[in-house]
Design a protein around this ligand. Sequence first.
Ligand SMILES: Nc1ncnc2c1ncn2[C@@H]1O[C@H](COP(=O)(O)OP(=O)(O)OP(=O)(O)O)[C@@H](O)[C@H]1O
Length: 213
Amino acid sequence: MAPEDRRVVLRAEGLSYAYEAPLFRGVSLALGEGEALALLGPSGSGKTTLLHLLAGLLPLQEGEVYWEGLPIRGLSEAALARRRLGFLGLVLQHHFLMPELTALENVLLPGYLAGRVDRARGEALLERVGLFHRAGAFPLALSGGERQRVAVARALYLRPRLVLADEPTASLDRRMAREVFGLLLALAREEGAALLVATHDETLVQDLPKLRL
Ligand SMILES: Nc1ncnc2c1ncn2[C@@H]1O[C@H](COP(=O)(O)OP(=O)(O)OP(=O)(O)O)[C@@H](O)[C@H]1O
């Protein structure tokens, strides 16, 4: 690994993707420690597809993705899953919380998968997103904004180097969208995680560098 790659958390070179027809061509990007980048584009432009390629959830067609300098092409599903655990946090449009687990248990869930359960860390994150008092609540009893805040806390729990967020506030009203978005940005910055966030709402990302599809 070249020294300059150590601080580049995520790099993509010449990504092209087609389903039946070409979707995007030659997309390249680089994200350093603690940097944030907004991914913009109209509905159907391929934002979700690009995030899935960067997350190693969809096989690459053309181009390469590097996680901290390591090319992910050719890694097995098992190797990808193992590396993803400590490297990547995901926040999706739908919260994907487990309904049978409490808010705190949902935050701790990646810890169970990684064999690193730290209740105090989970509680501190819940407190940071303003939900310590809801730690024992089940997702059904939470508002949409509260669920997304739990999802943000869960994504940061394992101290990922990279957070990928796909329209994390699309299901929320304006005020709540601003609040959740602000928390996501602040938490990623505090934790030193690189953040790539796809959104169709330019007003949320005025201050961020932008990549347009
Ligand atoms: N598995 C698939 N098979 C075929 N076409 C697909 C598949 N997944 C997505 N597409 C098509 O690729 C295009 C891009 O989809 P994608 O979800 O990546 O875009 P997007 O920019 O995230 O859109 P949105 O903002 O509406 O979520 C769409 O036209 C979609 O119908």
